[in-house]
Design a protein around this ligand. Structure first.
Ligand code: ATP
Length: 436
């Protein structure tokens, strides 16, 4: 059986992964085993109505078999999952309300933008639904049709938009996955100040190389700590779940009551699809191969904008101010450079918000060092106008642009670059993982 939930929190508080913890405790109480790790499935990062990271929570449960795996702790008690499900025992009589009762109190229903949805199904939902959810915009109606075809039970609160994330999350096949260990404060401390020691985070980052996006050294930013006061104290991402348990013990922080390890599609680049410029639409993400057609401009506010073109069209690309030093390399691009740009598409104007760039060819450029010398009288010639050539002021002899003296400047910028940790999206695959 799969139970999934989404859109339960608001910018002011709570967190769907915390609801996930409560659901796991509830399912254990009802006598079920958790199968594998719970899942935190990130969906289309360009959806305008997301709260923060557009993440949904999926829990597989039933009657398990195989050696227990530790998936977390609550109040000093271990929480376990079993790797496989025993098919014989039926869980079908379970109603969605049996799970949701006592859980609803963690939904922020008074926020206008919070529209929870929960799905309970014994049949796995089709994989295409995941790809639509992570790359495109899906409607509640489309989801309800699929759920009805699969005889799934579901519950919508208010607009019930959460059933979109919940269903697309169930449809994820975990082909490219990482893990995140999340720690949770006790309920009475949710709105209180908390601390995580930055030096211990750097230590953990160095000692456990299978973790990623822990600390932004360039901008002195502790990335494992959420910006808002939610139940989450910190979250450590990595490729090896057992290593995450060691990693959390290195971090010094306010004390917490529980932790949970989620299997996730974070760091997968699943949102990105190779597209021709003509095919690019708002709220999707793209990988585009093209050539720079206008030199980077730094706008007021610090954003750096340039355009690229392929055989089908031209599009604007942006490295926004929060991408900090990443903008320096972008500023070095020249017209004609060959690049592959990775990023999400903003609506107005249609712009690729760059997450990563592969600069394939940035050939040396010629920079003029001086005007040509008149072959007749040996004097420096003067420019007639931009691109129009030169003339000797004394004897009137003419020369072309090519007659000036140039020096070749090597650019040395070819290769992959990514935005710093502080500006990184959950789904973006860090170069640290790509290179390993
Ligand atoms: P948090 O990360 O704090 O848990 P969130 O960023 O996941 O919050 P939600 O509150 O879950 O934000 O809001 C995202 C909403 O968008 C959900 O209702 C979800 O069902 C919906 N949604 C997710 N993916 C898509 C999609 N591809 N098309 C349309 N709606 C989507």
């Amino acid at each position: 059986m799969y139970f999934a939930i989404d859109d339960t929190d608001s910018r002011q508080g709570m967190c769907t992964t915390y609801v996930g913890l409560k659901v796991i405790l509830k399912l254990n109480e009802l006598g079920y085993d958790i199968i594998g790790y719970p899942r935190l499935v990130r969906l289309n990062p360009n959806i305008p109505w997301k709260t923060r990271g557009n993440g949904s929570v999926v829990i597989r449960f039933g009657f398990g078999q195989g050696r227990q795996i530790k998936i977390g702790e609550y109040n000093g008690q271990d929480i376990f999952g079993k790797p496989r499900e025993r098919k014989k025992e039926k869980t079908k009589e379970l109603e969605i309300e049996d799970i949701l009762r006592d859980i609803e109190r963690y939904f922020v229903l008074d926020d206008r933008n919070t529209n929870p949805g929960a799905v309970l199904t014994s049949k796995k939902l089709p994989e295409w639904l995941y790809w639509e959810g992570v790359r495109d915009v899906v409607s509640v109606q489309e989801i309800e049709n699929v759920l009805e075809q699969h005889e799934a039970k579901y519950k919508k609160y208010k607009l019930g938009r959460g059933i979109i994330g919940a269903s697309c999350g169930i449809a994820w096949r975990a082909k490219r996955k990482t893990y995140e260990l999340l720690t949770y404060l006790p309920e009475e401390k949710f709105s209180e100040a908390r601390w995580v020691d930055a030096e211990s985070v750097k230590k953990m980052d160095k000692q456990i190389p299978s973790t990623f996006d822990n600390y932004d050294y360039e901008n002195n930013y502790t990335a494992i700590m959420p910006n808002s006061r939610t139940p989450v104290l910190f979250g450590i991402r990595g490729t090896m779940p057992e290593e995450l348990i060691k990693a959390k013990d290195i971090v010094k922080s306010t004390s917490y009551e529980a932790y949970l390890i989620y299997e996730t599609n974070q760091g997968s680049d699943d949102h990105l699809k190779r597209r021709k410029i003509r095919e690019i639409r708002e709220y999707t993400s793209a990988i585009v191969h093209g050539n720079v057609t206008s030199a980077p401009k730094r706008l007021r506010g610090g954003h750096v904008i340039f355009t690229i073109a392929d055989s089908t069209g031209e599009i604007e690309c942006a490295a926004y101010e929060p991408t900090k030093k990443f903008r320096d390399v972008i500023s070095k691009l020249e017209i004609g450079d060959e690049v592959v740009v990775y990023g999400g598409v903003r609506k107005e104007p249609l712009t690729i918000n760059i997450e990563k760039i592969n600069i394939i060819k940035a050939p040396p450029v010629l920079k003029k060092v001086s005007n040509p010398v008149c072959p007749l009288c040996g004097r420096k010639m003067e420019s007639i106008g931009r691109g129009k050539g030169y003339r000797c002021r004394k004897c009137g002899t003419r020369a072309s642009e090519a007659d000036a003296q140039y020096t070749k400047i090597e650019r040395n910028i070819e290769g992959f670059y990514e935005v710093p940790v502080i500006a990184r999206r959950h789904l973006a695959r860090p170069l640290k993982i790509i290179k390993n």
